[in-house]
Design a protein around this ligand. Structure first.
Ligand code: TYM
Length: 330
């Protein structure tokens, strides 16, 4: 079976972008693949995290993943800091990747902003750790949203350079899997900005923990434009907010955007928003209540992560030993 790896940061609530762009695909891929899913707590601390918040978010994200349909027995679910191979492989990759490669990472430029002197070294080296996450297991398939594409190209470059430098086909270059209609879900307040955990406005995103009332209110207030709904998919191209809402609605219902356009052609936004709210609540509220149920048992999530960490380590340890041997570590 092809090996799949992917990760999500425990830096607060998961939102609809994480769900539609990534997690839903993780669930589907469990059929026919060997899946390793990781809550990347080591990536999270590249920006300051309150320790108690980090621990709570790690458990909450793990619970959300299980509630969304990740099977902690059939798949491997764990938090990154449990398996030493991530950090050890990342150090080697710090010595393989070039400064110039990392300087081109748009996510670093966005996150660092103007204050480059004051961000952590970890934030700069972040993509090397991400490459290590994947290659520590020699995973070949990586389901992610559109925004991770550049990081995955870097992971490929690192795999190829390592193989070239040491003259051995050790790491398989991983491939991104960017699947479904909603590979880039946008903010509800601004159709040109990505839906993001770090957006200051909670109105910009639908969290997987939002109540039906929150969801209703956020969709009702979501930015739109004054025109009637379009007759064709092309009609969405110049209307980023409408396009985003249609894309979300389509993805939630496993429909194409074209079908949604056909169903609402010429109607009012208010009517569409009602249908969208219904669909979002139907999809998300079972997930939210299941997550709450899982978190009510304090030992359960920790046990899942411990067991997942041990199974992940069993795969990674021999690969790490081989990597070290190739580098010349005795
Ligand atoms: P993170 O935690 O930001 O997001 C987790 C996943 O959700 C996707 N995503 C989105 N998809 C569509 N629309 C959006 N608005 C949206 N926002 C987020 C992301 O693309 C991602 O797939 N660096 C990664 C975590 C990571 C990782 C890895 C991923 C660490 N190591 C190894 C794959 C392989 C990140 O910060 O994702």
């Amino acid at each position: 079976k092809p090996r799949v790896f992917s990760g999500v940061q425990p830096t607060g609530n998961l939102h609809l972008g994480n769900y539609l762009g990534a997690i839903r695909n993780w669930v589907k891929l469990q059929d026919g693949h060997e899946c390793i899913y990781c809550v990347v707590d080591m990536h999270a601390i590249t920006v300051w995290q309150d320790p108690a918040d980090l621990a709570r978010a790690t458990r909450e994200v793990a619970a959300s993943l299980i509630a969304a349909g990740i099977d902690p027995k059939g798949s491997i679910l764990f938090n990154q800091s449990k398996v030493a191979a991530h950090a050890e492989t990342a150090w080697i990759f710090n010595c393989v990747a070039r400064m110039g490669w990392l300087n081109r990472m748009t996510q670093f430029k966005e996150k660092a902003g103007k204050d480059r002197e004051n961000v952590s070294v970890g934030l700069f080296a972040y993509p090397n750790l991400m490459a290590a996450d994947i290659l520590a297991y020699k995973a070949t398939h990586v389901p992610v949203g559109e925004d991770q594409k550049q990081h995955l190209e870097l992971a490929r470059d690192i795999a190829l350079k390592f193989n070239h430098d040491f003259g051995i086909e050790h790491f398989p270059p991983p491939e991104p899997l960017i699947l479904g209609e909603a590979t880039r879900v946008m903010s509800l307040r601004d159709g040109t900005k990505k839906m993001s955990k770090s957006d200051a406005s909670d109105q910009s995103r639908i969290n997987l923990t939002d109540s039906p009332d929150d969801i209703e209110q956020k969709i009702r207030r979501a930015k739109t434009d004054p025109e009637a709904l379009p007759e064709t998919v092309e009609g969405l191209e110049t209307r980023p907010e409408a396009k985003n809402l249609f894309t979300i609605h389509a993805a939630l219902g496993d429909e194409s955007v074209a079908d949604v356009v056909a169903a609402f052609a010429g109607k009012q936004f208010s009517e569409f928003k009602k249908a969208m709210t219904e669909r979002a609540v139907d999809k998300l509220s079972p997930l939210t209540s299941e997550m709450r149920r899982l978190l009510a048992d304090p030992g359960y999530i920790d046990q899942v992560l411990k067991d997942g960490g041990e199974r992940a380590d069993a795969i990674a340890a021999p690969i790490l030993a081989e990597t070290k041997r190739i580098v010349g570590f005795i």
